[in-house]
Design a protein around this ligand. Structure first.
Ligand code: 5AD
Ligand code: SF4
Length: 435
């Protein structure tokens, strides 16, 4: 199985290579791989990550040839906007969708109106419009990344998180994968499962010193993949060294744009410092995935819209947000769970305000209901992650209580996900490089 389609370089423009995928062209950064015209390559997140021999590429492309065009057809059919019957929908909403279709910017009040939409037909109209824009911007390309959760130790005490430092010691069994275990899990994901991009996530675990992380990243770099790191707050200098060692993407959410809420829910951490770091990560050159939680205690609709606008303002390469799932081992366990449609509307609104963005469907959304992931992809999202943490560790990474069976074999989970993507007409193709 393979989660990226190889392409052929047809043109080089400075650091940018133009890659052909069955006649479709996409830009990718060639700064690190330095591939030449005529070579076959894999790209992830807009960056060329690996070359492959022509004979191998031709074999893979032969398998993809028919499927590629068939998937596109399915996607186009599903992304068609239905003819809107003005008697069914309220006029203000139709007007707003018209504005969106004409690529006009919506005011904050208009975005709030969308977030408040409740009627089933109105919701469908919002989701199909967003899916239609997603199709126009990205075609049927869908990034599929794997995630390996390598340590559940954390020095922080975020009130919403099940692995917070002071979580009940009897309930949270702490683990740290050894460097060898992490490398082997990555190697398995790449060589056996076909992944080309992996996220390495942990709590803020200082046991993994800068030195250890550099060594680990250098080792993983040998696999020629896009390395994402999700390790929380570290000095800018450390992130720079990790970038030089081979990590090219970071996942770091700002969690909420509401500074007061941030500082209440994340004791002894600073909102400004986090935002500053996200900006610095962009300056270093990282692909930055950032975002927020939806449904935190005391959060307002205004906060949700501000969250989306802040993600855009930070020039996120990837939007990563999901529902807050009240977690065991926290005092927020009995807090109400956010309505799935709020998250779906946030996906659609993100697509409206940042049309060519990459929007991730998170596993937390799937926790709300088993179809939510599919619905997210049909409401404007174009990317997803599959958890590849070895089973014995996965069940201990209890940031929140996962609905799905943590014991489910990884291969089964992948097959299900890929079949779901195919049923939606999505292909694991790379996105365009954006400077
Ligand atoms: N529900 C959903 N997501 C959570 N996170 C932490 N706690 C929860 C929860 N209870 C998310 C945070 C963090 C990411 C690693 O996990 O947004 O950035
Ligand atoms: Fe640690 Fe992240 Fe959980 Fe906060 S959300 S306690 S930083 S793992």
């Amino acid at each position: 199985m393979c989660y990226a389609i190889p392409g052929k370089i047809i043109e080089i423009k400075g650091d940018i290579a133009v890659v052909d995928y069955f006649g479709e062209h996409r830009n990718a950064l060639n700064k690190f791989l330095k591939a030449k015209i005529g070579e076959y390559v894999y790209a992830q997140g807009g960056i060329l990550i690996d070359k492959l021999p022509e004979s191998e590429a031709v074999e893979i492309l032969k398998i993809w040839q028919d499927k590629f065009f068939e998937l596109k057809k399915t996607d186009r059919r599903l992304a068609k906007t239905t003819t809107t019957d003005s008697t069914v929908y309220s006029h203000p909403l139709l007007e707003l969708m018209q504005k969106v279709n004409l690529n006009k910017e919506l005011t904050k009040n208009e975005l709030l109106t969308l977030l408040k939409a409740k009627n089933r037909d109105e919701l469908n109209l919002i989701y199909t419009t967003a899916n239609n824009i997603r199709q126009k911007e990205h075609d049927n390309a869908c990034c599929v990344h794997g995630i390996i959760e390598f340590s559940n130790y954390c020095r922080n005490n975020c009130l919403y998180c099940g692995i917070r430092k002071e979580a009940d010691l009897n309930k949270v069994e702490r683990y740290r994968m050894t460097e060898e275990e992490i490398f082997n899990a990555a190697k398995y994901a790449v060589k056996e499962l076909g992944f080309k991009a992996l996220v390495f996530q942990s709590g803020e675990d200082e046991w993994f010193s800068e030195e250890k992380l550099i060594k680990l990243i250098k080792e993983i770099s040998k696999l020629n993949i896009l390395i994402f790191i999700s390790i929380g707050l570290r000095p800018k200098e450390t992130y720079k060294k990790l970038y030089d060692a081979g990590a090219k993407a970071v996942l770091l959410r700002f969690e909420t744009s509401n500074k007061r809420l941030f500082e209440k829910l994340r004791p002894n951490t600073s909102f400004d410092e986090r935002i500053q770091l996200i900006k610095e990560l962009k300056q270093i050159g990282y692909i930055v995935a950032t975002g927020f939680l939806i449904g935190l205690p005391d959060e307002t609709d205004d906060d949700i819209i501000n969250n989306i606008l802040l993600t855009k303002e930070l020039k996120a390469d990837m939007y990563s947000f999901g529902p807050f799932i009240p977690s065991e081992n926290t005092l927020l366990l009995h807090h109400k769970v956010v309505d799935k449609n709020i998250v779906l509307k946030a996906i659609a609104i993100s697509r409206f305000v940042d049309r060519d963005s990459n929007i991730l469907v998170t596993t937390a959304l799937e926790t709300l209901d088993k179809d939510a992931r599919t619905q997210g992809l049909l409401a404007g999202a174009n990317s997803l992650m599959i958890n590849l943490t070895p089973t014995k560790f996965k069940k201990k990474y209890m940031i929140y209580k996962r609905r799905y069976d943590a014991q489910k074999p990884i291969k089964e989970e992948i097959t299900e996900t890929i079949n779901m993507l195919y049923s939606l007409g999505r292909a694991p193709m790379d996105i365009n490089y954006e400077d």
